[in-house]
Ligand binder design. Structure first.
Ligand SMILES: Nc1ncnc2c1ncn2[C@@H]1O[C@H](COP(=O)(O)OP(=O)(O)O)[C@@H](O)[C@H]1O
Ligand SMILES: [Mg+2]
Length: 252
């Protein structure tokens, strides 16, 4: 099983330190981990640092990797060229880091992922013509088509309708359980985090504010101190934990 551990990780931009001293226990495959924190806390930066496109202090330890590229990263803003069709965009992501010699297996992987994400009707459309939510699903496909063992997803549901939000969270949880993937999702929806993710990392003020099972970490105190809302977690009549927000912690 793959695992990821962060040791004293730091990151800076042009000499300005944004993150420091981020250490985690070993995060095992088979689970979904939320990355939480206010705007500008450093969630995207942490993903870039883990993925290796941003250098910095500390160490990212991956164990149990079955390939040279076990991690896939879905950035918050996709940089896909708008003229590419959905199929081409996903195929190009599949070929990342490899010689551009496309095999039958590569084509069938693209087909599989397009099918998995219900994108069949979009496959020939230029990416630039799609809605924001449709493009976001293309970015998910670009990550999954690489058959990663660890997937870093930066706000993957921020532009999706409710059905697709729930669908994607459910799908990723299923992939984690069935294929042993470690899925990390940066997101602002704490309700989704509570409902769909096993553990969470909370970052604030350049460091790790909390780390542990999601239901234990998201408390009224943390919601007030880090997210500045007076809120509680209550189980609904179906036993699903729900976030109830009473008010802003400072503005009434
Ligand atoms: N490319 C960049 N160059 C300089 N500063 C950046 C860059 N990207 C992000 N930052 C800064 O780093 C901090 C963390 O940003 P980010 O990781 O994007 O936060 P989050 O994803 O949690 O909203 C912010 O203060 C932001 O302004
Ligand atoms: Mg971000």
């Amino acid at each position: 099983m793959v695992s990821l551990e962060l040791r004293e990780l730091g990151a800076s931009y042009g000499g300005r330190e944004v993150l420091s001293g981020i250490s985690t226990p070993r995060l095992e495959g088979g689970q979904v981990v939320s990355l939480l924190g206010p705007n500008g806390a450093g969630k995207s930066t942490l993903f870039r640092r883990i993925f290796g496109i941003l250098k910095g202090a500390g160490e990212v330890r991956v164990e149990g990797a079955q390939s040279a590229r076990p991690i896939a990263y879905m950035p918050q803003d996709d940089g896909t060229r708008p003229a590419l069709s959905v199929y081409e965009a996903v195929l190009l992501a599949r070929m990342q880091g490899r010689r551009l010699q496309v095999s039958v297996e590569d084509h069938s992987e693209v087909d599989r992922v397009i099918e998995l994400l219900d994108m069949g009707p979009l496959r020939g459309r230029p990416v630039g013509d799609l809605s924001g939510g449709q493009r976001q699903i293309v970015s998910v496909a670009q990550a999954l088509v690489q058959r990663p063992q660890i997937v870093l997803m930066d706000e993957p549901t921020s532009a999706l309708d409710l059905s697709r939000q729930i669908g994607l969270q459910t799908l990723m949880r299923g992939l984690a359980r069935e294929q042993g993937l470690l899925v990390m999702i940066a997101q602002h929806d704490l309700g989704h985090a509570l409902r769909f993710t096993d553990a969470c990392l909370v970052i604030a003020e350049g460091g790790l504010a909390a780390c542990g099972p999601t239901g234990e970490v998201i408390t009224p105190e943390l919601l007030r101190d880090i997210f500045e809302v007076e809120a509680r977690v209550e189980c609904c009549s179906k036993g699903i934990p729900q976030l109830m927000v009473d008010r802003h912690a400072r503005h009434s």
